[in-house]
Design a protein around this ligand. Structure first.
Ligand SMILES: Nc1ncnc2c1ncn2[C@@H]1O[C@H](COP(=O)(O)OP(=O)(O)OP(=O)(O)O)[C@@H](O)[C@H]1O
Length: 665
């Protein structure tokens, strides 16, 4: 017995009562009838088209012409065309009725096949490599223009891909504003361009004495350029800008360690020392607590012997203690206790919003140090909060004749009442040359001071919109840069070799994470022979301060740090910087290596590079304007004697880390 019985479907009308033969004959008859009807229909349509000229008429003639041409074509091509379902209609009319059933079934199959073929052709059009591989495809290629242009057997719903003209995209050249394109040049050579302090006009004797007492007889080039420019703007005193106008803002771009801090500390002290009433007139904003602390110390040093008071707002003290240092209540009045405020942006905003004693109505200087970093933190909108606190709203403004007003176009109305100037002073070793970024700072008629060898060297490469051209920076002249090709496993041995064998100490060593800083510090501590410490956000601000002090005092030979110490930190006597982990960005590299070779003193920078990092890193550094980075190879035999001890230390380290993890839980 068979598992399946195969029955044939004869149509809806077939009820099984008539015999199969008579049913077939009946169907054949129906087919004949349909064929005759179709033939008649075609005949009538032809006659209508002949008698009534129509737009389609031309198409039909073209089609017929194409049919005639196709009849003269090669048999292979003919065969291909005969698969077209449209062409098959007329063939069916004159065919043998017995074969019709079979052909009908084939027709459906052919239609599907033709559609698939058309698809393939369309797809091949977008694949130039596929065209012309064999005769058939070449034939298709010949037909493309005819078929896509209108009367084709192609289903019109297909979109033909490709065929776009490959036009070269033109570079959009931006024109830099004049102040960026033509800056005031600061000579690069720090040693030969020193200017005696007494040559700068407008500095008081007491301030000159202070400078002398701190071993400064000459100003560095950046100081010699910027100090007189700031003093000049303050010739009219604190209340009115030069000739009654709002003052120009300054941007200063000079290498690390070139003395930018004194370039603003000295003139600000000089201008403010004549003040009568204590008000916050200078505000310096810095990205980290350590930097704010350092700058605050410099301000305090040079404010000694004057009535000026310097206050720091970084969160190192409690909020209440900071509030008390800013103002006091006396006789029903709030009295300001700070002339110069040095702050980090977060803490500053806290005081603006929560401390009623924080009054910026009389602010004369807004100093933004590490300006490029501060632009990055602009999302915190600290600057707009400061400006709001300075200019206030119309109703909040005090009714005195001198009032702070945001700088506008100069008109008779804008100059009455006289404007009380607020001048922004921006400083960085890696100041952006991107006008759009600088625009975020709302600068008023800015003036740029930029370090360069000669005036002609000060050309700022114009950025193009489509290519992110690398920015160029100035590197310290007294710095020698090296890179050390190495493998991951050899890195700890190499740093041990630098400090134990080559006697390069103190070393400031940078890593990319606080975990690496901690573990490398443990490893070297366990190895012995080196006074090592770590510096990262793992430590409290108090611990960090203590560590930096000990490093400065020479109690620590090797300080392993994250980028927390990369910017601005001024530690005297750092002879060597090591990039244990290569920095990812050029700005990070410039600030890290800038912790040595400061104030014109010599310094060394070593960067450990894995094979995979070498090419990109060297390209990045060269494009940024490095004075030259040399290869330094440490011979494997130099590391050999350290290896046994190192292996043992690694095992000890594993135990220590395990214990640490247990204690943490
Ligand atoms: N005229 C000068 N004579 C001698 N030493 C100076 C002079 N000016 C500054 N210095 C010293 O040079 C060192 C670097 O100065 P400073 O920290 O201001 O550099 P910087 O340009 O701000 O560097 P960075 O970009 O890294 O912050 C400091 O130790 C400072 O005391």
């Amino acid at each position: 017995m068979s598992l399946f019985q195969v029955n044939r479907y004869f149509g809806d009308e077939f009820d099984g009562s008539t015999s199969k033969e008579s049913r077939s004959l009946e169907l054949l008859g129906q087919l004949h009838q349909k064929a005759k009807e179709k033939q008649k229909q075609g005949f009538t349509e032809d006659r209508i088209q002949c008698s009534e000229p129509h737009a389609d008429h031309l198409d039909v003639r073209k089609k017929r012409k194409a049919d005639n041409v196709s009849s003269q074509e090669s048999p292979r091509r003919k065969k291909k065309k005969s698969r077209d379902p449209v062409m098959n209609v007329s063939a069916n009319i004159h065919s043998d009725p017995v074969e019709d059933e079979e052909k009908r079934r084939q027709k459906v199959g052919n239609e599907m096949k033709n559609n698939i073929e058309s698809d393939c052709i369309v797809n091949r059009l977008s694949e130039p490599s596929a065209i012309g591989r064999d005769g058939e495809v070449e034939e298709t290629e010949d037909n493309i223009p005819k078929e896509t242009s209108g009367n084709s057997s192609f289903p019109s719903s297909f979109t033909v891909l490709g065929g776009f003209e490959n036009k070269p995209v033109q570079k959009v050249h931006r024109v830099l504003p004049q102040w960026l394109a033509q800056p005031d040049v600061i000579p690069r050579d720090m040693k030969s361009k020193l200017v005696p302090c007494s040559d700068i006009r407008g500095l008081s004797v007491s301030l000159l004495n202070q400078l002398h007492n701190h071993g400064i007889q000459h100003f560095f080039p950046v100081q010699a350029e910027v100090i007189p420019a700031i003093l000049e703007g303050a010739q009219n005193g604190l209340l009115v800008g030069q000739a009654g106008y709002e003052l120009r803002d300054f941007c200063v771009s000079a290498p690390t360690g070139s003395g930018k801090t004194l370039a603003y500390v000295i003139p600000v002290i000089q201008v403010l020392m004549k003040r009568v009433v204590c008000k916050v007139r200078a505000l310096a904003v810095l990205p980290t607590k350590e930097l704010a602390q350092q700058v605050c110390k410099v301000f305090a040093t040079y404010a000694e012997g004057t009535a000026l008071r310097v206050v720091m707002l970084t969160g190192q003290k409690s909020f209440e203690a900071e509030v008390a240092s800013l103002s006091e209540q006396r006789g029903g009045m709030r009295r300001c206790l700070a002339d110069i405020v040095v702050a980090t942006p977060g803490r500053l905003v806290d005081h603006i919003n929560k401390n009623s004693g924080m009054c910026l109505d009389h602010l004369r200087f807004l100093i933004i140090d590490e300006a490029d970093k501060m632009i990055d933190s602009m999302r915190q909108s600290w600057l707009s909060q400061v400006e709001k606190a300075v200019y206030g709203t119309v109703d909040q403004r005090p009714q005195n004749i001198f009032r702070q007003k945001a700088a506008l176009y100069v008109t008779a109305a804008s100059l009455s009442p006289p404007q009380m100037p607020l001048q922004k002073l921006l400083f960085s070793a890696t100041l952006t040359q991107n006008p759009e970024k600088l625009q975020q700072l709302g600068l008023h008629q800015p003036r740029l001071f930029r370090s360069a060898k000669t005036e002609s060297c000060c050309h700022v490469p114009e950025p193009t919109m489509d290519s992110h051209e690398p920015e160029q920076f100035d590197f310290p002249q007294s710095l020698t840069e090296y890179y050390l090709p190495c493998t991951l496993s050899k890195k700890p041995l190499i740093i041990l070799n630098l400090i134990l064998r080559m006697k390069l100490r103190p070393i400031l060593c940078f890593v990319n994470s606080k975990m690496t800083a901690h573990r490398l510090h443990l490893l070297i501590q366990l190895f012995g022979g080196v006074q090592v410490a770590e510096f990262s956000s793992r430590l409290s601000p108090r611990e960090r301060k203590k560590t930096l002090k000990e490093f400065e005092q020479g109690k620590i030979n090797l300080l392993i740090s994250t980028d927390a110490a990369a910017r601005g930190i001024d530690i005297a006597g750092v002879k060597c910087v090591v990039n244990y982990d290569a920095p990812q960005y050029i700005r990070t590299y410039i600030h890290r290596i800038g912790r040595t070779a400061r104030a014109g003193k010599p310094g060394l920078a070593f960067t450990f590079l894995l094979g995979i990092q070498e090419q990109n890193f060297l390209q990045m550094v060269t494009e940024a304007g490095s004075l030259g980075i040399r290869k330094h190879i440490i011979k494997p035999e130099n590391l050999k004697s350290l290896e046994d001890r190192y292996e043992q230390t690694l095992r000890e380290l594993a135990t220590v880390i395990k214990e640490e993890n247990v204690n943490r839980r």
